[in-house]
Design a protein around this ligand. Structure first.
Ligand code: FAQ
Length: 318
């Protein structure tokens, strides 16, 4: 019988050798716990993230835009389902995860607590929110836990389409009438800073990073990813004639990166703690959707039960 210390050493050696950890492998309890925390928060973000865009499906300006937006919102629902399944492989059941979301115990991404006020917000969300999500998730395709890494591969492919469709909406508006251009700029102004906050607190305040980087759950820090996002996105804004709302934004030749202004971390923590502009509304909508769907879950379970009984009867006769 191996002692705990030996098991932990073997586990870390596997991580260091880039061997994926699979559900039945031995893992430290803290690794399991932080993965359940991160994957379930990620799943909740996908599901709650359907709401700001779902709000615009009936008001999309053309059939093409409506079909694309509908497909995108459905994709986000699918991402939530792969991620809940990945979390379940760690020994937690979905009802517990959903209950924790509904009771306010579990977190989801701060970004989805901001309102989507105009059609241009559909562009800004695709371009900036999905853009920030991919920046973080490309790294997660190489995360150390097998089921999470594999789920991320497909999710990233879909997020990449989402990012492009959002940028194309912004491009169209930016080339449109002065009013359309104003709408695009206004959406960029409102979504820019919350998008930078998606990467999480500064490294100095990121309580989970040290362990997550050691275990290769995270491969880059919050600040590194945030910088990458700024560097990639500023030229995209310039290309379509929009201005990033940051007076301190400046290319730093020496660093080879953009310098950018300070984020309002008080706002971030207020939103994370449930006091953002739409936290209450988002949770209410999720709880209502869950309650409205109860009959579907019950019918599906009853059907599965009947099928099983029939199969058992046939088996008994044969
Ligand atoms: N919002 O120690 P760290 C998407 C919390 S998917 C709320 O740095 P960590 C797709 C954090 O949980 C977007 N809370 O944490 C889409 C921790 O609290 P805890 C979601 C946040 O885990 C697009 C505390 O602060 N993506 O957008 C946030 O090492 C369009 C200290 O932070 C993922 O979830 C935040 N922004 O790093 C859908 C990706 N940031 O748990 C629809 C997976 C931090 O100890 C439409 N997650 N906190 O109580 C990750 O990569 C990481 O969890 C980070 C945070 C990087 C988000």
């Amino acid at each position: 019988m191996q002692n705990l210390e030996q098991l932990e050493l073997q586990f870390q050696a596997k991580i260091d050798a880039e061997i994926k950890i699979e559900p039945k492998d031995w893992m430290p309890e803290a690794y399991r716990k932080t993965l359940i925390r991160q994957i379930s928060q990620h799943a909740h973000s996908e599901i709650v993230g359907m709401l700001p865009e779902g709000n615009w499906i009936t008001r999309a300006p053309s059939l093409r835009r409506k079909a694309v937006l509908l497909a995108k919102v459905q994709d986000e629902g699918g991402h939530g389902l792969y991620l809940y399944s990945a979390a379940e492989t760690l020994g937690i059941d979905r009802d517990t995860l959903i209950h924790d979301l509904h009771s306010g115990k579990a977190k989801y991404s701060s970004i989805f607590n901001y309102p989507s006020l105009t059609w241009a917000d559909m562009g800004a969300i695709g371009w900036l929110v999905d853009g920030a999500a991919i920046m973080n998730q490309v790294m997660l395709c190489r995360t150390s836990y097998g089921p999470y890494a594999r789920a991320m591969v497909r999710i990233c492919k879909e997020e990449s389409f989402h990012q492009r469709q959002g940028y194309e909406i912004m491009l169209t508006l930016a080339q449109g009438s002065p009013e359309q251009k104003r709408m695009a700029q206004d959406a960029l102004n409102r979504w820019w800073w919350p998008s930078l906050m998606m990467f999480g607190p500064p490294d100095s305040e990121s309580t989970n990073s040290e362990a997550s980087i050691k275990w290769k759950i995270k491969r880059m820090s919050n600040d590194e990813l945030r910088q990458r996002f700024v560097d990639a996105t500023v030229p995209q804004a310039e290309l379509i004639g929009l201005k990033v709302p940051d007076k301190d934004l400046k290319w730093n030749e020496e660093r080879g990166h953009y310098d950018f202004g300070a984020l309002d971390w008080d706002e971030f923590w207020a939103v994370v703690k449930g006091n953002g502009p739409c936290n209450k509304e988002r949770l209410e909508q999720r709880v209502k959707a869950y309650e409205d769907g109860a009959w579907v879950r019950e019918a599906a379970l009853a059907h599965a039960e009947k099928k099983k009984e029939r199969a058992e009867k046939v088996g008994a006769v044969a």
